[in-house]
Design a protein around this ligand. Sequence first.
Ligand code: SF4
Length: 400
Amino acid sequence: MTSAPSFPASARSPQLVCRPQPLALYIHWPFCRSKCPYCDFNSHVRESIDEERWRRALVAELGHYAAETAGRPIASIFFGGGTPSLMAPETVASVLERVRGLWPVAAEVEITLEANPNSVEAERFGALAAAGINRVSLGIQALDEHALKFLGRAHGLAEAYGAIELARRSFGRFSFDLIYGRPGQSVEAWERELTHAIGLAGEHLSVYQLTIEPSTAFATARARGDFVMPDEETEAALYESTGALLESVGLPAYEISNHACRGAECRHNLAYWRYRDYVGVGPGAHGRLSIGSEKVATRQRRVPETWLAAVESKGHGTEERFALDQEARRAELVMMGLRLVEGIPRGRFESELGLSVETALDHGRLTPLIDAGFLSLDTERLAATAAGRQRLNAVLSALL
Ligand code: SF4
């Protein structure tokens, strides 16, 4: 893996200071076949898409960001969405070719594409691998026909199995997502489903607890009384049994919802959680770029057609761009880093904020969280304990 050194500034050698920092690159494809009722991502359903126009726009926006990050090596690329497996493999190949023309690309670059298991999309896996994709993340979500229907998924169980098998054969690395904490789901039923999933899994699994986000179809349905979510006690039991079961088979958590064999972590997502730089291209994509002593936040226009028109008229669809102040950088560093089991090395506080952990964080807030067993702080790092990660939102609001 290509990774940025995170030593204290004072410990860096001149050679390391001069080496261009690697970049992660995110590319957003905003279209889906249908809208899942739990989804609050920037995903849209359109009857038809002029894919050639979209290809030209993505390539143009890459050029815009390359101009200010020239020479920095790309360590990972992630096609997210939406459903990027709906992109024609030729579009993916063309985007990747442009990336290679604009930046140096690390020899061991990780190139992930999110895919849905519908058979039409799975049939493209071979061509996507030929285009350069070397890791796929599949939205399986459940290994239960009834649950797939409840989640509004456009695939059935047979397609899920077929896609997992094709992913295994087509790509060097693959992962799939599952959603648990569904209405009526018992710990025993979930453990059976997860055990089944482990039998199908490769080196990585993402397991997300179902949350009801505002403005989704599920928010309306729950308010109407269509279903009742599990109580807190059941949710806690589900979370704990998930961690224990996956750990016991060699897929320990490395982040709240992500589990992998050692060395098989998603390097792209690690870049976010380690608060490294990333470029975000496509509708609604976010970026973080260290420029001089500043950390610049970028966000592209969210509505696909508005983004497209902006790129066509001025070469980029950036809607927001501003330097984060010290307080925002501190909050982001902590919120991202405490998601990881490895926590935040002390050196990252120094290199990002120019402050020690003790100076960056309020002693009166930090100490009670350590005493209560939610955080740990030693000579190396600040980390959330397993109990802390389980209630990270509460820990973060107490800390920040
Ligand atoms: S396929 Fe994924 S991005 Fe698209 S609507 Fe469903 S959950 Fe959202």
